[in-house]
Design a binder for this molecule. Structure first.
Ligand code: HEC
Ligand SMILES: [Cu+2]
Length: 378
């Protein structure tokens, strides 16, 4: 040690020198990295928020945009989230501003290694950083509680449409108990005039595992849980098609468990209801379709699907009575075209890998006939 020291020209302990220089240069590097990271996070956050708002202004149709609500529950949630965004944004600006100010003003300077004054206890400071956050949390709590109450405890006005939605792996069953029919995957509801509201109240059930009903422009997410009925409601203000998505991972084809809500004028809705209530008359069926029906009725199709007026009364898959009144098949996975229908029946996995309908190994001719029969289910 002594030899080492005597070798040092300045007579100082070299390890100490190196350490303090390292600490110093560290502090010089550390603060700017933190600041730059925060700046980047801030920029990305601002960009996301701005693009969300820009989108809401630009596209008001079919989107799943949470910034373009078109129904009371979605609207309440939208307003609440803007409040929360404003409050948390203000907190962020203040904290980030103070951080930036401190980082710049008290940054390490060469030749100045003094410790800053150590302060223990300040009643004013401690009161401020206790009382202010408590007030902020109270405001957010009360605002949230009001929205939860308004959404969850809403009363059903006389014109309410009642629907039971059952989540299945990986499709939606919709029952209309007031009208006595069952359909699948495409929910139809009337537009609701605020002066004379006709909202749709939806009971949410599940046949297997957890799912979640989420059409962002109409209402917040609500889960469908086995043996635990939930509820949600919508009162869409504009006609149109509203899209959504099962929002709770439920298995292989969760991603293709899409939601489609058709909001129609009252007259169109009533027409749709009347159509869904009718039972097919098989008068006008081609010989091929009649043969297709025979194949359908003599294979396992009937164990999983219901078509009123036939022997098919299965409940495992979608009701097919008015299959052709739907725009899509397999829960929005594919457009309902003759080619897609045939492909689906031949090999469901080609359209929706992992779907719970098996390929039935029909011959080409049987396939054509069954597909032909499907086309008569208007
Ligand atoms: C083991 C039960 C089962 C059998 C057997 C079965 N299906 Fe399916 N089927 C399903 C299920 C489940 C779905 C929904 C799949 C999805 O969307 O994930 C489905 C969907 C469909 C669809 C699309 C309906 C829609 O609205 O999306 C058609 C059409 C169809 N099946 C026809 C048939 C025909 C024809 C047969 C007989 C050749 C058949 N199925 C046999 C269970 C079955
Ligand atoms: Cu699901």
């Amino acid at each position: 040690m002594i030899g080492f020291r005597s070798g040092n020209q300045h007579g100082k302990d070299p390890t100490k020198d190196i350490l303090s220089r390292a600490a110093f240069s560290n502090s010089r590097i550390l603060i700017p990295t933190n600041v730059w990271f925060s700046v980047r996070v801030l920029a990305v956050g601002l960009w996301l928020t701005a693009s969300g708002f820009a989108q809401s202004a630009a596209q008001r149709s079919n989107s799943t945009n949470i910034f373009a609500p078109s129904s009371t529950p979605a609207d309440l949630i939208h307003k609440l989230s803007l409040l929360v965004l404003a409050v948390t944004g203000a907190i962020f600006a203040v904290v980030f501003g103070m951080l930036l100010y401190t980082a710049v003003k008290f940054r390490g300077r060469s030749g100045d290694n003094r410790e800053p004054p150590q302060i223990y206890g300040s009643d004013q400071l401690e009161l401020a950083w206790t009382v202010l956050p408590v007030l902020i949390v109270m405001v957010l709590f009360i605002a949230s509680a009001r929205v939860i109450h308004a959404v969850q405890d809403a009363r059903q006005p006389p014109g309410t449409i009642e629907v039971t939605a059952v989540g299945h792996q990986f499709w939606w069953e919709y029952r209309y108990p007031q009208y006595g029919f069952v359909t699948a995957n495409e929910l139809h509801v009337p537009v609701s005039d605020p002066a004379q509201p006709t909202p749709t109240f939806i009971t949410l059930l599940s046949a297997d595992t957890n799912h979640s009903f989420w059409v962002p422009r109409l209402a917040g997410k609500t889960d469908l849980i086995p043996n635990h009925p939930n509820n949600t409601w919508i009162d869409p203000h504009e006609t149109g098609l509203y899209l959504g998505q099962c929002a709770q991972y439920c298995g292989t084809q969760h991603a293709k468990m899409l939601l489609r809500v058709y909001v129609e004028s009252r007259a169109d809705f009533d027409r749709w209801v009347r159509k869904q209530q009718t039972v097919q008359a098989d008068a006008a069926m081609s010989p091929e379709a009649i043969e297709g029906r025979r194949v359908f009725e003599s294979t396992a199709c009937i164990n999983c699907h219901t078509i009123e007026g036939t022997v098919a009364d299965g409940r495992f898959g979608p009701n097919l009575r008015h299959l052709m009144s739907r725009d899509t098949i397999a829960s929005g996975a594919a457009p309902n075209t003759p080619a897609n229908l045939r492909l689906w029946i031949q090999n469901p996995d080609a359209v929706k890998p992992g779907s719970l309908m098996p390929a039935m190994n029909l011959t080409d001719q049987q396939l054509n006939e069954v597909a032909e029969y499907m086309l008569t289910l208007r």
